[in-house]
Design a protein around this ligand. Structure first.
Ligand SMILES: [Zn+2]
Length: 238
């Protein structure tokens, strides 16, 4: 039952109880008056017979109102939530392309192959946030078949994800990411990346946490042929 329906039902029950109480008191006073003139021994029987329905009704009303309160609390709890989403992305690296990670261009001789700017970190963050809110993934909202997103700055995707979350009353609590690449070293660029991501998401920089790993020379990432990112995002709704 929604809040307004619950309020209307409570109001009806309240006034119904008042009217019923008035009628019962009126009937009771008449019964007492008649009994005074006839038989004093019927007083208690009359009182019990007349008040029993009233007591039952009041009890029923109290029970009903308590149940409504529980339903309201339940629906509030069902809406409030803390959710976690996971995001993963990988892009091949090719010579002569810009390397953009976390919205920041890094000096390097290779860059990601992708429809947009190929920002592996921004894409994984976007997927983690959309996943946490149950809103699909980055491909759902920004298909790589759409020429509009060719070469696009991936921070735009994050700004859009943030708006989608806000429409569902979700706030971003925390983003934790691991970026895996053999080269270049990412750590020195993390402060700028955190700032760029936090600005796009409209959150304090403290809510963005970044870590860097290499792949110890193993597989495509280890050979410097690719860059990947894993992200876990936590969102909440009051
Ligand atoms: Zn991507």
């Amino acid at each position: 039952m929604n809040t307004s329906a619950s309020r209307v039902a409570k109001t009806i029950l309240f006034w119904f109880s008042i009217v019923f109480l008035g009628l019962m008191l009126w009937k009771l006073s008449r019964a007492n008056s008649a009994a005074t003139h006839s038989d004093q021994n019927t007083d208690w029987t009359t009182i019990i017979l007349n008040t029993a329905p009233l007591i039952l009704l009041v009890g029923f009303c109290l029970l009903l109102m308590r149940q409504m309160g529980r339903n309201k609390a339940w629906s509030r709890n069902a809406r409030s939530a803390s959710r976690t989403g996971i995001g993963y992305d990988l892009h091949r690296l090719e010579a002569g392309r810009k390397l953009i990670v976390g919205g920041i261009e890094l000096p390097f001789d290779k860059g990601p192959v992708g429809h947009s700017d190929g920002d592996v970190l921004a894409h994984a963050v976007c997927d983690a946030l959309l996943g946490a809110a149950g809103l699909g993934d980055i491909g759902t909202h920004f298909p790589d078949t759409d020429p509009k997103w060719k070469g696009a700055n991936s921070l735009i995707f994050l700004e859009h994800a943030k708006k989608l979350l806000a429409e569902k009353d979700f706030a971003i609590e925390h983003v934790d990411a691991v970026v895996i690449t053999e080269r270049p070293k990412l750590g020195p660029h993390f402060p700028k990346m955190r700032e760029a991501l936090a600005r796009a998401l409209g959150v304090p920089v403290e809510k963005i946490h970044l870590k860097a790993k290499t792949n110890e020379g193993v597989d495509a990432i280890g050979r410097g042929e690719a860059i990947a990112a894993h992200v876990v995002a936590t969102i909440s709704r009051p």
